[in-house]
Design a protein around this ligand. Structure first.
Ligand SMILES: [Zn+2]
Length: 140
């Protein structure tokens, strides 16, 4: 058995961990899309975009079409629970690209790594998440 990768100390998500979470998100996304029953090749296209070669003209053209399709896709996805999950995964992937992945949307602190292991697309730290849940489900 391969021992689980040991994450470095501290609370910051390092580059290696970022890759790890990115991979998890992409896998989760692919799984979701597979379950939804249609083929998603956007990730493939995106990885191709960085590659040198004569694919560039094709990729740029595809990117133009994609932005429009993405908007419609987003609206469609938001209409269902797994669609919203997909949206959150996309958001998380976007945060990875922006370099702000792992930062809590509520308090701005780092989201605890064990939480990210369970919910890689987590947007809030556990404290803020609890506060949010308490806000919607009031205990008297
Ligand atoms: Zn927080």
């Amino acid at each position: 058995m391969i021992p689980r990768a040991r994450f470095g100390g501290g609370n910051t998500v390092n580059k290696r961990e970022l890759k790890h979470f990115e991979k998890r998100l992409i896998e989760e996304r692919a799984q979701l899309l597979k379950e939804r029953g249609y083929i998603e090749d956007k990730i493939f296209n995106e990885s191709q975009r960085d590659a040198p070669g004569d694919l560039s003209a094709y990729s740029v053209h595809m990117a133009d079409q994609a932005s429009d399709a993405q908007e419609r896709e987003k609206a469609y996805h938001m209409a269902s629970a797994e669609g919203r999950l997909l949206y959150h995964i996309d958001e998380a992937l976007g945060r990875i690209k922006e370099g702000i992945y792992g930062k809590c949307d509520g308090c701005g602190k780092k989201i605890q790594k064990p939480r990210l292991e369970v919910v890689p697309h987590a947007r809030l730290c556990i404290e803020c998440k609890k506060a949010e849940e308490n806000g919607t489900a009031q205990q008297s």
